[in-house]
Design a protein around this ligand. Structure first.
Ligand code: F6P
Length: 655
């Protein structure tokens, strides 16, 4: 590795496995994603000892679970809570975990004790809100709000790249209040690769905060959970491996905690020191088993998906996007929420329109169970008039203003269904092959009458489902994933002679459900990534049409220009600035502007990186670069055309 490569964090480096992913068939693409995901469990490169099965990591997971148990045992969520926090997909996965675990707790008559924070508030659960990620102050404010009056908080901050200032602010705040907070950081780079860029209006960097947290960890007051997963299949796209690993790590912590709670209730004693050693060792074994369960799920999902024709669905979705049409996900429960999560990342990652890939959920906001409730109503301006007028206005506001926040399957039926064409792709998502929501049954019939590309992804939670499989009555195309019975699940089912505890029943059910969700996430990521590759939004394995909507993405954009054009950092930066501001000259004033100003413009300006790439490699004027893009609207084609005549760049690619 060269010096400059060492400086680039692993989560931002290109995965050697996928450098040709943009010219792979969709069948091969699924295989490449499978190989990349295997690295989550096998470890990566020289970091194999820091893999997800390492003793240190498993021990830390167990210790964090013990902290959760302490909180659960108090049964006082007004004063004691577990808080998950993050930006983008990291925040969304935290939300999903808190929702699942709170529902589990309600089932055993415990009060829900999990809270979530996402940068940009609830609308960020559904749409990309990148700029709040840059504010440590906003992070602290959100944490203070959620933790008002709390006496004990287990804070779990997630930043896959160890990079989000929003999370750094919260971690520092927790460390300043260790009497209340136990800080936990989840991320996927070695600590020394945490981001060290200055943060506007703050004296710390992510690196300086993590360095402090390492000391806090050594003193036993905090935890860093940072297995090395290897680079993403699409460089920097942390929604993929990063999101997957986040999901399984949070679930392992929480499932293990519930198991421990159930054991201590059965044993009916507060463990003394010896017993607590025993419980710790036992818990570590359970964490390990659970990890194996998720590994098996990843291993089994891809081959099963290919035999169900996932590659054909990717081709359908690619054809839809290329025809200017849409990919719709319509799902039930958390599987449906995963559709919303997958769709929400397409605009920042691929410069997509919010309507290109869109998710809908049966039950809408009621099923989402977010803190702020119906966001369409919430975004409606206050109306002073009498109530009937207010209702009418709200309805008309709903029709005209808030459509990107509409997530209900009803909205799909009322507003989108009539305009479906045979070129759209509709993907139904469910987790049972023997039951289908009645509303979904009706909808499928209508959708199939209008659109040829209709499929269901069924990720079963029940391994021994003996009920009749009704899917073929409704769908001609079914991508079916059966969740295998792994030793973890078996260990609960086969303990003969023992009366099952509530956890044996509920925990097994939850583990299967989590496994099914993970399978579904992998399928959805494959579809949206594959479709955007087919639309030309990826060159080699780089997201060449990303939106420069926060400081991390701004820096990533510069790195993309630098590595593809093989130019200096200065040239790359100047091209990005010229493209952002539509100018031929980068003035001194422009050079001095804060990054926050560039990202403000970058949030709405399109095709910034494609234009920068042309500027940097051709040394042309801005209008000439734009003309090239007008002539070749497919970005990958524009770049291929450009570089087919550039010997320098061709030489680069042939090495
Ligand atoms: O900045 C956007 C983004 O890259 C999202 O795509 C991603 O989900 C989010 O940041 C979170 O990144 P991290 O977990 O590394 O803080």
């Amino acid at each position: 590795m060269t010096d400059s490569e060492i400086k680039i964090p692993i989560t931002e480096t290109s995965n050697p496995l996928t450098v040709d992913i943009d010219i792979s068939s969709s069948y091969d693409l699924v295989g490449l994603l499978h190989q990349c995901d295997s690295e989550i469990f096998e470890g990566w490169d020289s970091y194999k000892s820091n893999n997800i099965f390492s003793d240190d990591l498993i021990f830390n997971l167990q210790r964090v679970s013990e902290k959760v148990v302490d909180i659960l045992q108090k049964r006082n969520p007004a004063c004691e809570s577990v808080v998950f926090s993050g930006c983008g997909t990291s925040g969304r996965i935290g939300f999903l975990t808190s929702k699942s675990i709170n529902n589990l707790l309600r089932n055993i008559d415990y009060k829900p004790c999990c809270e979530y924070i996402i940068a940009g508030d609830d609308k960020a659960l559904l749409t990309s809100q990148e700029s709040p990620e840059d504010s440590p102050q906003a992070g602290v404010k959100a944490l203070q709000q959620i933790c008002k009056k709390k006496k004990k908080v287990l804070y779990i901050g997630i930043s896959c790249g160890l990079s989000a200032p929003f999370v750094a602010g919260q971690l520092l705040y927790c460390m300043e209040h260790l009497d209340i907070f136990t800080p936990v950081l989840v991320g996927f780079n070695p600590v020394e690769q945490a981001r060290n860029n200055p943060i506007e209006g703050w004296n710390e960097t992510f690196l300086s905060v993590v360095t402090k947290l390492s000391d806090v960890q050594s003193a036993g007051n905090g935890f860093i959970i940072n297995p090395i997963l290897g680079p993403e299949a699409i460089t920097g796209s942390s929604r993929m491996k990063g999101g997957t690993a986040t999901k399984l790590l949070l679930e392992i912590i929480m499932l293990n905690a519930l198991r421990q709670l159930s054991s201590s209730m059965e044993l009916g004693f507060v463990p003394d020191e010896d017993a607590s050693h025993y419980l710790t060792a036992d818990g570590a074994i359970r964490c390990n088993h659970l990890m194996h369960m998720y590994e098996t799920v990843c291993k089994e999902t891809y081959p099963q998906a290919l035999s169900g024709g996932l590659h054909e669905v990717i081709d359908w979705a690619g054809t839809s996007l290329n025809a200017g049409r849409h990919v719709y996900y319509i799902g039930i429960d958390n599987i449906g929420v995963l559709g919303l999560v997958d769709a929400s990342e397409c605009p920042p990652t691929f410069g997509a329109d919010v309507n290109d890939v869109r998710g809908f959920l049966f039950g809408g906001y009621t099923a989402l169970e977010n803190r702020e409730g119906d966001l369409v109503i919430k975004s409606c301006p206050p109306v002073q008039e009498i109530i009937p007028i207010e209702d009418t206005m709200r309805r008309s506001y709903r029709d005209h203003q808030g459509s990107e926040l509409e997530i209900g399957a009803n909205y799909f039926v009322g507003t989108i269904l009539h305009s479906l064409t045979p070129q759209d792709t509709v993907i139904f998502l469910t987790s049972s092959c023997s039951e289908l929501n009645p509303a979904m049954k009706m909808m499928v019939q209508i959708v199939r009458g209008k659109c040829h590309q209709v499929v269901v992804f069924v990720c079963y939670r029940d391994a021994n489902d003996t009920h009749e499989d009704i899917m073929p009555q409704f769908f001609s195309k079914i991508v079916r994933i059966r969740i295998p019975v792994t030793p973890y699940i078996r260990s609960f089912m086969e303990e003969e002679g023992k009366k099952p505890s509530w956890f044996d029943l509920l925990g097994v059910h939850a583990a299967r459900r989590f496994a099914a969700e993970l399978s579904c996430k992998l399928l959805l990521n494959a579809v949206s990534t594959g479709a955007h590759i087919q639309k030309g939004k990826v060159y080699k394995n780089l997201m060449v049409d990303l939106k420069l909507s926060n400081s991390k993405l701004f820096q990533r954009g510069i790195e993309i220009v630098k590595s593809l054009v093989m130019c200096s950092e200065d040239t790359a930066r100047a091209s990005v600035l010229r493209s952002l501001y539509g100018t031929n000259v980068v003035s001194e004033e422009l050079k001095k502007m804060p990054v926050s100003e560039h990202t403000r413009i970058g949030s709405f300006k399109t095709k910034v990186i494609p234009t920068s790439l042309i500027l940097a490699s051709k040394g042309c004027l801005i209008h000439e670069a734009m003309e090239i893009l007008l002539k070749f609207p497919v970005i990958r084609a524009a770049l291929a055309q450009l570089w087919s005549v550039s010997n320098k760049t061709m030489a680069h690619f042939s090495t």
